[in-house]
Design a protein around this ligand. Structure first.
Ligand SMILES: [Zn+2]
Length: 214
């Protein structure tokens, strides 16, 4: 079924700094949210491109804020444990589809974005269990829907390319005694007894608690 105009990435709605050479112009876009700890994913294909749809998907669930408040840094409940993502559908070849996940280390864990590599891994476990193709490529996105290329060497060294790659990394790369930081993903622990990541300041035990227990 051909997608309607509003369901395609429209370059005119991108900020000018990313419009030039944007890789997903003309691709289909769907929007979804997945809870890190509850067994819930919600997916919608928009009829028109506008911001705020993610916040509407979670209305009615407990411990979430109304649409406008959700996105604010001083929110009360925010998105609770829901994470926002977009599904980018290649016009001709589903094998090239991309899962775009909102990412940022700074914001609060209730901001609706992944704030640690461990949360990306758990999100991928959940969306895969909910039916997304394991071979879907993962792209971490900034607020302008641009793929973040920092940590590229970390991502390549662990072969974290697809939903399945990320899903498996939760237990084999970013486990609580790993030498790799579960927040920034860098190899910052030379001994499992070290408590804090020297790059991002994370305490691995607290990151695991935050992701698995909220
Ligand atoms: Zn770190």
């Amino acid at each position: 079924m051909p997608l309607e105009h509003g369901s395609l990435i429209d370059p005119n709605l991108l900020v000018s700094s990313v419009r030039q050479g944007y890789p997903w112009v003309g691709w289909g876009i769907g929007k979804g949210v997945t809870h890190l700890r509850n067994d819930i994913s919600i997916f919608a294909v928009p009829k028109e491109q506008k911001s705020g749809l993610h916040s509407h998907l979670i209305q009615g669930f407990p411990n979430v804020d109304p649409p406008e408040l959700c996105y604010k840094p001083n929110h009360i409940h925010g998105f609770d444990g829901f994470i926002r993502w977009i599904y980018l559908s290649h016009p001709h070849d589903a094998k090239q589809d991309v899962l775009g996940i909102d990412w940022g280390i700074g914001p609060r864990p209730t901001s609706g974005i992944t704030t640690s590599v461990l949360s990306v891994a758990v999100l991928c476990q959940n969306v895969m269990r909910h039916g997304m193709s394991p071979k879907t490529r993962v792209a971490l996105l900034d607020p302008n829907l641009s793929e973040i290329t920092f940590n590229r060497s970390m991502i390549e060294s662990h072969c974290l390319f697809t939903v399945q790659d990320w899903a498996q990394s939760a237990s084999c790369v970013f486990h609580v005694r790993s030498l790799y930081c579960p927040r920034c993903g860098l190899k910052t622990f030379s001994s499992a007894s070290y408590r804090f990541c020297y790059r991002c300041g994370a305490d691995p035990n607290l990151v695991h608690k935050e992701v698995y227990h909220g």
